[in-house]
Design a protein around this ligand. Structure first.
Ligand code: P1T
Length: 385
């Protein structure tokens, strides 16, 4: 029986991992080495030559996450941004990229402040209307890059509709699946050709690693990404790969808990008089709910709310005890963040305003603590508004 025949939670624990042939260790070893011995010129003993190019712990991680996304190939990078960078470095001067305007602020910053300077062209659109992608197409469009749900507005984007448009135009569709996780959403099955993650978030799940990965079924893309690992070097170390592998083993159970707590917290916030708006596609009254139900199996622990003003936001951000004020998301512990001044500060104010990332917007990463404790924590802090 190959790993492909097993269900998600089983693959999370076993894909890419077999007991170590030399010691019998049940868990994949951390191959903490920079190089490998050669028995004769051009004959490496174990098939590996240099650890920027290949490392068995990294390979185990790449195979594990590829399996969770239904992909044949995976390439791990030193961060989520390094993973996106590797995809853009496949392009040439004059090539064009269309991307969802409400991506992580750092993605926007890399496109506009690093790669635009090198002559790659970028157009940001609201991809909730797939026709906006069609209208932005140029003969030089090579890549469409979306997030869904988006960071931090939790916009849900129709993966299948945009995959059709990208395919007709001969462009790749890359879905940043960081917010959903492969447990909740499988973009390759909906027609995307590339999926990437900041493994820093749900995949690792314990807020102790920075990492990224790209997975695909496209042989050429996979070959290019392995070339980028070797040629430009943004690879993760074996210890970090091992930590993410430890994280993915519990992905299925953690995501069930995040989905459950996220929905409970969103429901509570939707009823609270101090909260002006809740952005969570799992709520039946959300305009994104129907599409989210079609392409997702759960709605994650990410919830954004608007409390009106910076002063009210500050009282909430500084008033919680369990929800820690910090960037990042997707760990077992709950975090609270102010997108306008933290994660999305590098997005121009005008674009931020248009998307609803105002001074009153607060983003919650709901962890897997007891939901009653989380709601009591928010209740105490919201009372001060
Ligand atoms: O931080 P890094 O591993 O480089 O991943 C960047 C990244 C890419 N894509 C999405 C959707 C992300 O949310 C991130 C990182 N985001 C945060 C740090 C944050 O707090 O939103």
């Amino acid at each position: 029986m190959s790993n492909r025949d097993y269900r998600f939670a089983t693959r999370a624990i076993h894909a890419g991992q077999t007991p170590d042939p030399t010691s019998g260790a049940i868990m994949p070893p951390i191959y903490q080495t920079s190089t490998y011995v050669q028995e004769a010129l051009g004959r490496p003993r174990g098939g590996h030559e240099y650890a920027r190019v290949t490392n068995p712990t990294r390979t185990a991680l790449e195979e594990n996450i590829a399996s969770l996304e239904g992909a044949r190939y995976g390439a791990a990078f030193a961060s989520g941004l390094a993973a996106i960078e590797a995809l853009v470095k496949r392009l040439s001067t004059g090539d064009h990229v269309i991307y969802e305007e409400n991506v992580y602020g750092g993605t926007h910053r890399m496109f506009q402040q690093v790669f635009a300077k090198l002559g790659i062209e970028f157009t940001a659109v609201d991809t909730r209307d797939p026709e906006n992608v069609r209208r932005a197409l140029r003969p030089s469009t090579r890549l469409v890059h979306i997030e869904t749900p988006t960071n931090p507005m939790m916009r849900v984007v129709d993966i299948r509709a945009i995959a059709d448009i990208a395919r007709e135009a001969g462009a790749h569709l890359c879905v940043d699946n960081t917010f959903a996780s492969p447990y909740n959403q499988q973009p390759l099955a909906l027609g995307a050709t590339i999926v990437m993650h900041s493994t820093t978030k749900y995949l690792n799940g314990h807020s102790d690693v920075i990492g990224g990965i790209v997975v695909t079924n496209d042989e050429q893309v996979a070959e290019d990404l392995h070339f980028m690992q070797k040629a430009t070097g943004g690879v993760p170390g074996p210890m970090d790969c091992w930590l993410v592998l430890r994280g993915t083993k519990t992905l299925a159970v953690r995501m069930e808990a995040h989905n459950r707590n996220g929905l409970l917290v969103a429901r509570y916030l939707a009823e609270h008089p101090a909260v002006r708006a809740v952005y969570y596609p799992g709520l039946p009254e959300s305009p994104d709910h129907e599409l989210a139900r079609k392409q997702m199996r759960g709605f994650t622990g990410m919830v954004s709310i608007d409390v009106g003003t910076l002063e009210r936001a500050r009282r909430l951000l500084e008033g919680t005890r369990l929800f820690a004020l910090a960037e990042s998301l997707g760990g077992v512990e709950s975090l609270i963040n102010h997108p306008a001044t933290m994660t999305h500060a590098s997005v121009p104010a005008e674009l931020r305003e248009r998307m609803g990332i105002g001074d009153g917007l607060v983003r919650l990463s709901v962890g897997i603590e007891d939901p009653d404790d989380l709601i009591e924590d928010l209740d105490r802090a919201l009372a001060a508004l």
